[in-house]
Design a protein around this ligand. Structure first.
Ligand SMILES: [Zn+2]
Ligand SMILES: [Zn+2]
Length: 148
């Protein structure tokens, strides 16, 4: 698939990368229909972070679910979904207090995880054709289905 990859300061490029796969039973895959270049992406683009070369950027994502893991109950293939930029487990000490931006599980050793962002875990971003979304039942917002 095509994705926007960080090559180094002031150097990003759309190129071919492997498609994401379901890695855990609570994952879903989303075909991205809209994504955003955020002002905070510029911290990485301009070289002010330690983001790793090869990271796919993009933490503001919308799309259509194309595959669901075996443990996913609420999200269905074909759902149109909005994704928060934080990735959170929903059941750690911080998530249970509503502090999902400081999840202790999604990025072990740190508080907080996100798609395609420096220091926020091993997750690629959604400036790409497809995105792997962990903890899907907790963090995916499905839009109401419209009658056809
Ligand atoms: Zn942002
Ligand atoms: Zn958590």
């Amino acid at each position: 698939m095509k994705a926007l990859v960080y090559n180094g300061p002031r150097d990003v490029q759309v190129r071919e990368v492997p498609e994401p796969k379901i890695e855990k039973p609570s994952d879903v895959l989303v075909k991205i229909t809209s994504t955003n270049i955020c002002g905070s992406d510029l911290h990485m683009y301009e070289g002010r972070t330690d983001v790793e070369v090869g990271k796919v950027l993009g933490h503001e994502n919308l799309g259509e679910v194309t595959e669901v893991g075996k443990a996913v109950q609420l999200i269905k293939v074909g759902d149109m979904v909005c994704l928060p930029f934080n990735i959170s487990c929903g059941c750690c000490k911080n998530c249970e207090r509503g502090l999902t931006g400081f999840c202790l599980t999604a990025n072990p050793g740190n508080a907080g995880a996100a798609y395609g962002y420096a220091g926020m875990g091993p997750y690629n971003g959604g400036q790409a054709e497809y995105l792997r979304v962990p903890f899907a039942d907790l963090i995916v917002l499905s839009f109401p289905r419209t009658p056809r």
